[in-house]
Design a protein around this ligand. Structure first.
Ligand code: NAP
Ligand code: GLV
Length: 309
């Protein structure tokens, strides 16, 4: 069996070593712009170059090195009709829970304000926020969102969730579909996006929807930058309607140097690290899926191209 390994944004050497250990007998090959891909059975890749796409038509399946499928599905009809398999939870859910818990607690416990006070040598206890005023609203109740919901519930926050199809989760107010989005937002104090980027979620958080959040709300985007209308968020923060945001993902990454977010102290920026791919775990899972595929057994996490995730 021959497997193409490709990363549009990095090295594949360590992936090749791990995959050779996990799938003894499989040969891995790389690819560079201008080359013709030799006959391969599968690809394990991330951020494919447009010129690689036609050559993927010969494959049995493409396995992604990450959870989101948007970077490959964006090619639409140029993408050959082979199954695309994304990563399931390979240690990302707990990282998301850590990140969202940190960002929420930093705002809720006023640590951001205490950090600022300490810089000025100030010893001034502030009134504590009430937990019942701090409903955490999680958009996307998939592998990552569910772990975040569970974690925030364990701290005693009221939690609500929004998904495409209806859900019933113990102790969580569940909302589903576009028709329920305004109701979901209007009772959310800390908004967390863990939605895939699709035609439906692109620009979803625009000025009108962000204005539907109660005054003093906080936004945490750990999904994809294109879901959020960046100028609208900035306007609402400057107007005092939204208290601040912790953002891990942006419309253009790396976030360009002159972007106004860099200058806004109420926005905390991280460079797309809220849940990184843990290579060892990912390779183990991909190897199991390739073996299942070859044996004709069901494979989890096949992307639905119509839904876009
Ligand atoms: P997932 O298991 O596929 O879950 C997606 C959730 O979003 C599901 O609950 C789905 O609803 C919901 N959803 C999709 N379209 C919707 C719509 N139009 N309206 C309402 N809800 C909708 O995905 P996941 O593994 O949790 O990952 C979520 C996203 O996180 C990824 O797609 C990726 O973009 C992002 N991510 C970011 C990082 C990072 O480091 N920043 C790392 C990993 C992943 P149903 O349950 O009804 O299907
Ligand atoms: C990272 O953003 C991923 O989708 O895995």
């Amino acid at each position: 069996m021959r497997i193409l390994l490709y990363r549009g944004d990095g090295e594949i050497g360590a992936w090749a070593e791990d995959l050779a250990r996990a799938l003894p007998g499989a040969e891995t090959v790389g690819w560079q712009e201008g080359e013709t891909l030799p006959a391969c059975d599968h690809a394990v890749l991330w951020n494919p170059a447009p010129s690689l796409l036609p050559q993927l038509a010969q494959l049995k399946a493409v396995f992604l090195m990450g959870a989101g499928a948007d970077a490959i599905l964006k090619f639409g009809d140029a993408l050959p009709d082979v199954p695309i398999v994304r990563l399931g939870d390979t240690g990302m859910a707990v990282q998301m829970a850590e990140y969202v818990a940190y960002a929420t607690l930093r705002y809720f416990r006023r640590f951001d304000e205490y950090e600022e006070q300490a810089r000025h040598g100030l010893w001034t206890p502030l009134p504590a926020h009430e937990k019942e005023d701090f409903t955490v609203g999680v958009m996307g109740l998939g592998k990552l969102g569910l772990r975040v919901v569970e974690t925030m519930r364990s701290f005693g926050f009221p939690v609500r969730g929004w998904s495409r199809t209806p859900k019933e989760l113990p102790g969580v107010d569940c909302f589903a579909g576009m028709e329920a989005l305004d109701a979901f937002l209007s009772g959310t104090r800390v908004l967390v996006s863990l939605l895939p980027l699709t035609n439906e979620t692109n620009n979803l958080l625009d000025r009108r929807r962000l204005s539907t959040l109660p005054r003093g709300s906080y936004v945490i985007n750990v999904a994809r930058g294109a879901q959020l209308a960046e100028p609208d968020l900035l306007t609402l923060i400057r107007a005092g309607h939204i208290a601040g945001a912790t953002l891990d993902v942006f419309r253009n990454e790396p976030l360009p140097a002159p972007h106004p977010f860099w200058e806004e102290p109420r926005i905390t920026i991280t460079p797309h690290i809220s849940a990184i791919t843990i290579r060892g775990e990912a390779v183990r899972q991909i190897a199991e899926k390739i073996a299942a595929f070859e044996a004709g057994n069901p494979v989890d996490d096949i992307v639905d191209r119509n839904l876009g995730y």
